[in-house]
Design a protein around this ligand. Structure first.
Ligand code: PCA
Length: 222
């Protein structure tokens, strides 16, 4: 049985993306007695979900956790919902696509939103108990992170696996190194701000805990 973990490559004005680094780091690791398959997705509206679809077909995962960077957020945020909106909000993707106020799926009967099927409240409680700052988030934005949450949930529902394969999205903050690097381009030395951050290892631990809580919730629930 496998646990599928995706992160994203760097994008916009970020030279690093902790989510992709963690996907690479955890690839092949055993978590909750299962093997993690870690994969870095392109930050491209046209390609990310095709790669996800291929991963779902190749690995038939038991749990899917997608992750991405949310610079400026103060801790780990476990997303509750993905909405049927694609809007780059001024940050073109890595193929220079700039959707504005579009629907991800334009059909009249496409749902406005899909809930994540990870046990989001239990995951956040477990993270807090482990000393990791975390919260439930009620918006994953409208960029690639929301996109992969909406599309992957739609795909699992279309495959009739929606109820069997818990899937959700975890937004990660910057790393201290990333925040320091970014602050060098700003006004920190004149009293300006620096982005909030968490060490990569703590972020990786948050991802492991997310899988553990979800796998155990799944066993108890079935
Ligand atoms: N974060 C962006 C897209 C890729 C990533 O890592 C987002 O929050 O949508």
């Amino acid at each position: 049985m496998t646990l599928l973990l995706t992160g994203y490559e760097p994008f916009g004005d970020h030279d690093r993306n902790p989510s992709g680094e963690i996907a690479r780091k955890l690839d092949g690791e055993t978590v909750a007695d299962r093997e993690v398959v870690g994969h870095v997705l392109p930050v491209e509206f046209d390609r990310a979900s095709d790669e996800m679809e291929a991963l779902l077909g190749d690995h038939d995962p038991e749990v899917v956790v997608a992750t991405g960077l949310a610079a400026g957020r103060t801790g780990v945020s476990v997303e509750r919902v993905g909405i049927n909106v694609a809007d780059c909000a001024g940050v073109p993707d890595n193929a220079d696509a700039e959707p504005r106020n579009e629907r991800i799926r334009g059909e009249g009967d496409a749902p406005a939103a899909y809930f994540a099927t990870l046990p989001v409240v239990e995951v956040v409680s477990a993270l807090l108990e482990s000393g990791i700052p975390a919260r439930v988030s009620n918006t994953a934005g409208t960029h690639l992170c929301n996109n992969i949450l909406y599309r992957t949930r739609a795909q699992l529902e279309a495959d009739d696996r929606g109820a069997d394969v818990p899937m959700g999205f975890v937004h990660l903050p910057m790393t201290p190194e990333g925040a320091a690097e970014k602050a060098q381009d700003g006004e920190a030395t004149s009293g300006g701000g620096v982005e909030p951050s968490l060490p990569l290892e703590l972020q990786a631990e948050a991802v492991r805990r997310t899988f553990e809580v979800t796998a155990s919730d799944r066993e108890t629930g079935s």
